[in-house]
Ligand binder design. Structure first.
Ligand code: ZN
Length: 438
């Protein structure tokens, strides 16, 4: 018998890689935070002696979900202003509220609220873009989740920095600090083509090449953004980014609802990743990302929720289902974006976009043990034919029972192990009362 840290026995395991595989009555062996083995339960029980034995006899194990685009701290603005178009919503509601309230405390409390929600919904890793990224990074470290922290850059001043250069300098200092962090990586996060001018974008391109970091940016979110660029620069935003040398495998282009066929071909040839945020696009009526065309072109598509102010939740189960349903409607083809592909977008494709494809995103030997258990024994999940279909089309995040990140259990039978839920709720109520009265 080999002595190991943990052994999880589950009814099913969906490793995501290889594609479409469902293992029945298997076990996952964890040692030093990594997946040591995936094998039939009968073999696991004779081969391994574990410090922690977890029986999940009516559950499916999946890789931790990866929320490839969010603004975690905006959770405190959930429901503040709804049913408005993007620029009205930003100019008259979100940006004024942020100008008034965003601070270290706001970002700490908002990030903790977001992480609590994400963990309870099976998300183990998120790709963030927000002010005071060092505060989010600190909250992530305390909590034990995995994250890619965006080094935000925007032309206008905020409580965090006054100029694009100051954002970049502070971001670089944070990147240095986090360089050897086991669970946190960093990405440049210029907000959008319409809020960041050419000079900082040029500097970002040079630095991203030098440091080998992803560039995480909202691109072609709305038709208005494209028109604005044509009026100001005479070209579409993607063309401008191409001239600046930013269309490359390091670019994570978020939204992409306005795409010409020639642009799709260019994105595919360049290896650009697309982050699809279907619910945010639907709620702000931004347009439809043609995910079926992107997929056909071979572009890596990951999924994100966007911030809680525009979604209004951080529910990757909901995002998977919406992505699958929306793709069918947009393509006018029920075969577009099958369930297994939606799950892959929410896991392995996200990891690949973040440069973490060898570390997380699937349950494979040697990868980090970022694992989620989902119970399938309740009324809403019965009867039961196909675990992948059930997961995407019939299961909600409330069926998530347990979450491990790098082998450490952060959610145990729906209880948060590293976050103080009563304290988070109390602080959230105080913020609500302050923000609501302004
Ligand atoms: Zn966003």
């Amino acid at each position: 018998m080999t002595h190991i840290d943990s052994l999880i026995h589950a009814r099913w395991i969906i490793p995501v890689q290889p594609d479409g595989v469902v293992l029945e009555q298997h076990s996952l062996a964890i040692q030093d935070g990594r997946i040591l083995d995936i094998l039939p339960q009968s073999d696991a029980r004779t081969r391994y002696q574990a410090d922690h034995i977890i029986e999940r006899g009516e559950h499916v194990l999946i890789p931790g979900l990866i929320n490839a685009h969010t603004h975690a701290a905006m959770s405190l603005l959930r429901g503040l202003a709804d049913d408005l178009p993007l620029m009205d919503w930003l100019n008259h509601h979100i940006w004024p509220a942020e100008t008034k309230w965003v601070s270290e405390e706001f970002v700490r409390d908002g990030s903790q609220l977001a992480m609590a929600e994400m963990l309870r919904g099976g998300t183990t890793c998120f790709n963030d873009m927000y002010f005071f990224p060092e505060v989010t990074a600190h909250a992530v470290t305390e909590c034990g989740m995995r994250a890619c922290i965006g080094l935000i850059v925007i032309d206008f001043p905020s409580a965090w920095a006054n100029s694009a250069d100051e954002y970049l300098d502070k971001g670089l200092a944070l990147h240095d600090e986090l360089r050897n962090h086991p669970l946190i990586s960093t990405a440049f996060a210029p907000h959008a083509p319409y809020t960041v001018s050419d000079a900082p974008l040029e500097r970002i391109r040079v630095l991203a090449d030098e440091l080998d970091l992803p560039v995480h940016m909202h691109v072609h979110e709305t038709a208005a953004e494209v028109e604005h660029s044509q009026a100001q620069f005479g070209i579409r935003p993607l063309e401008r980014l191409a001239r600046l040398g930013l269309i490359s495998p390091t670019l994570l282009a978020v939204h992409m609802t306005q795409l010409l066929d020639a642009e799709i071909a260019h994105l595919a040839a360049s290896g650009t990743h697309v982050i699809h945020c279907p619910e945010s696009n639907l709620k702000l009526a931004s347009g439809f990302c043609p995910s079926h065309k992107l997929q056909r072109a071979g572009i890596n598509i990951a999924l994100g929720t966007d911030g809680s102010a525009s979604n209004n939740d951080l529910d990757m189960f909901g995002e998977m289902r919406t992505a699958a349903l929306l793709a069918k409607a947009v393509a006018n083809d029920a075969r577009a974006l099958p369930a297994a592909q939606a799950l892959r977008m929410a896991t392995l494709n996200g990891a690949r976009a973040l440069g973490l494809g060898d570390e997380t995103g699937s349950l494979e030997k040697g990868k980090a043990a970022d694992v989620v258990a989902v119970r399938f024994d309740e009324i809403e999940c019965q009867p039961f034919y196909n675990p992948i279909s059930q997961l995407v089309y019939a299961t909600g995040r409330d069926k998530v029972t347990d979450v491990w990140v790098a082998g450490r259990q952060l959610l145990k039978e729906r209880q948060l192990m590293t976050l103080d839920a009563p304290s988070i709720l109390a602080r959230t109520r105080i913020w609500r009362d302050k923000i609501a009265t302004t």
